[in-house]
Design a protein around this ligand. Structure first.
Ligand SMILES: Nc1ncnc2c1ncn2[C@@H]1O[C@H](COP(=O)(O)OP(=O)(O)OP(=O)(O)O)[C@@H](O)[C@H]1O
Ligand SMILES: [Mg+2]
Length: 244
């Protein structure tokens, strides 16, 4: 890591997770608003994501969550300002694997990791010995796990995930969340993930944001800081059921 600025150097090394003084943000977004197809979708929106924070983005269907994530990822034109790190990984609902490449190549080609490291990661996601097969030989759950581990293998500074646990049965969704927590443990990364599911948001996130209104604006749900996310030690289950 490079030298810290004076301001950053004043921040405590360990950010207290309860009062949570502002960690240096790794990404900021400031939008005057956004119209698509002649409709005002987003109103003025500003957002900062602190280093190693996990932020859940919630809101009704069609409100603009994916659009906001795409703006952060640099995939959507807009008239605002966005500051993002160079190293970003994006996980979409559907695994965006290369069907003509083996499982191992899907891991190594886009991330630059070695085959040995790929083997280790495949073992971590329950795919030991499957490195030579093509992705279409994997179940959807296995493909989603591969996508998630590939995102982490790229060692991003910002991870963006659009409903990464949706349309999986309960057990698979829990497995994926568990895997996310394990990967986050070994590579802490600022994360924004879109979800419709309150338990997911409460289980994984430090902060929960909600998009609502027409055009949509962003609200930070109060109180989550006091409850806090599941401790950053993988292997525990949580049963929060608060509405989001
Ligand atoms: N390229 C586009 N042109 C016109 N309208 C668009 C375009 N992309 C998205 N929209 C509209 O913008 C709105 C926000 O879409 P977006 O996909 O961001 O919603 P969302 O909150 O992610 O919804 P969901 O929860 O269903 O995934 C929707 O009304 C959608 O129809
Ligand atoms: Mg969406």
């Amino acid at each position: 890591m490079g030298c810290l600025s004076n301001r950053e150097a004043e921040l405590p090394a360990e950010v207290d997770r309860i009062t949570r003084p502002a960690a240096p943000p790794v990404a900021d977004l400031s939008l005057p608003g956004l119209s698509l197809g002649g409709h005002a979708i987003l109103g003025p929106v500003s957002l900062s994501i602190g280093a190693q924070q996990t932020v859940a983005l919630t809101g009704p269907s069609g409100i603009g969550k994916t659009t906001l994530l795409r703006i952060l990822a640099g995939l959507q034109r807009h008239g605002g300002t966005v500051r993002r790190p160079d190293r970003i990984s994006v996980v979409f609902q559907e695994p965006t694997l290369m069907p003509w490449r083996s499982v191992t190549q899907n891991l190594t080609l886009t991330t630059g990791i070695s085959c040995r490291e790929a083997d280790r990661l495949l073992g971590q996601v329950g795919l030991a010995g499957r490195g030579d097969v093509f992705p279409n030989r994997l179940s959807l759950g296995q493909q989603r796990r591969l996508s998630l581990v590939r995102a982490f293998a790229a060692k991003p500074d910002l991870l963006l995930m659009d409903e990464p646990f949706v349309s999986l049965d309960d057990r698979l969704a829990k497995d994926m969340m568990q895997l996310f927590m394990e990967l986050r443990e070994s590579h802490p990364v600022a994360t924004l993930f879109v979800t419709h599911a309150a338990p997911e948001a409460h289980r994984l996130a430090d902060r929960i944001l909600r998009l609502e209104g027409t055009p949509a604006t962003l609200t930070e749900l109060a109180g989550i800081e006091l409850a806090g996310p599941e401790p950053r030690t993988a292997g525990r289950s949580a049963s929060c059921q608060h509405p989001v």
